[in-house]
Write a protein of this length. Structure first.
Length: 349
């Protein structure tokens, strides 16, 4: 088969690799129907995260089950399945407690599992899934191809935006500002609307992304950053700021923007992958009674809740994909996202 490897800074290659094989009895092999490029994939692509040797890349995919191990009970050959951006068994204490990202037996795509097998990267033609009954969620029958983009968002960005909103405590009547207008930030807007927020400000200076934010439920957009942006946000909410700010970038600047924009006693929900020296100013939080909650999103725990609303078209998070390419052109997908010519690229296998 062929799969994507990253060799170093701005060096993405689609190459022939060994076919995956069943090895544990609890695994499955999935033929990828669609995958995508994530904003976090750009960190190694841009050289922010050093690459010591070529490795598989990609962590979001949907597909058709080709084969299963002898101990797999829930997932069947022929199922259309959604895979979260990590492997998990959904039976350990952490998974049951809602934090499947800390699965005691799980792992990452593009790496060896704990039993010595290999979990392929998602940007390939096939993926071996170590814990098929835990990681994979089968749809009821074969979905309409038009739903594939939205189903794919449940692997990461829609669940991550939902985690931001939950972490911030968004509920009916909450006022919200969202820092970050990438796919996660846009999904955080949609998640906030879904949870009943009364006013949602998208902090975005890109007209195309603002359009999606307004479709998803944003009521306002603010283009300024830093002190000017904070001043504008506070002025919109009685001079004190909104109830909740959702941080969906992961830089020092974005976290500072979020913490200084929220009202005293408010909450920051953060899901941006930390990068660039982001730190918490404890004295500021202490003085303002601002709370901070969030982290890596346990999206597998959210798929069962969000899937029915995708299937019946109540939510359409697939709108975040504004460019579609064949999987073999994955290098062009990275370039498009790096150059901000695309918000998120869908790769059809």
């Amino acid at each position: 088969m062929h799969a994507t490897l990253i060799y170093g800074e701005r060096d993405i290659r689609f190459e022939e690799v060994p076919d995956p094989v069943l090895s544990s009895g609890h695994d499955a092999i999935v033929r990828v129907v669609a995958a995508c490029v994530c904003g976090s994939d750009l960190w190694p692509y841009r050289g922010v995260v050093p690459i010591k040797e070529p490795r598989r890349i990609g962590h979001e995919f949907v597909g058709i089950v080709e084969s299963v191990g002898e101990n797999v009970r829930k997932i069947k050959v022929g199922d259309f399945v959604i895979a979260p951006f990590y492997d998990c068994d959904m039976t350990c204490s952490n998974c049951i407690n809602g934090v499947s990202t800390s699965c005691l037996h799980g792992g990452a795509w593009g790496a060896k599992d704990r039993d010595g097998g290999f979990a392929d990267g998602a940007q390939g033609q096939f993926v071996r899934v170590p814990h098929a009954d835990g990681s994979l969620v089968a749809t009821p029958g074969q979905p309409d191809p038009a739903l594939v983009p939205s189903l794919l968002t449940l692997a990461d960005v829609m669940g991550t935006g939902h985690h931001a909103a939950l972490s911030g405590g968004v509920t009916h009547g909450t006022t919200v500002a969202v820092v970050g207008d990438g796919a996660v930030g846009l999904c955080a807007v949609l998640a906030s609307k879904r949870l009943g927020a009364s006013r949602i400000v998208a902090m975005s200076r890109h007209e195309d992304r603002q359009r999606i934010a307004f479709e998803f439920g944003a009521t306002d957009a603010v283009e300024e950053r830093s002190d000017a942006g904070i001043k504008h946000i506070k002025e919109m909410f009685d001079g004190i700021g909104p109830d909740v700010v959702l941080e969906c970038v992961g830089t020092k600047e974005s976290m500072d923007q979020a913490i200084r924009s929220v009202r005293p006693g408010g909450m920051v929900g953060y899901v941006g992958v930390p990068n660039g020296g982001a730190e918490l100013p404890i004295r500021t939080l202490f003085n303002t009674n601002v709370g901070v909650n969030g982290g890596v999103a346990p999206v597998r725990n959210y798929i069962d809740e969000l899937l029915p609303e995708v299937l019946d078209h109540r939510i359409n998070p697939g709108r975040v994909f504004d460019l579609e390419l064949p999987l073999a052109e994955v290098a062009d997908a990275y370039t498009a996202m790096d150059e901000r010519r695309a918000t998120k690229v869908l790769l059809r296998a």
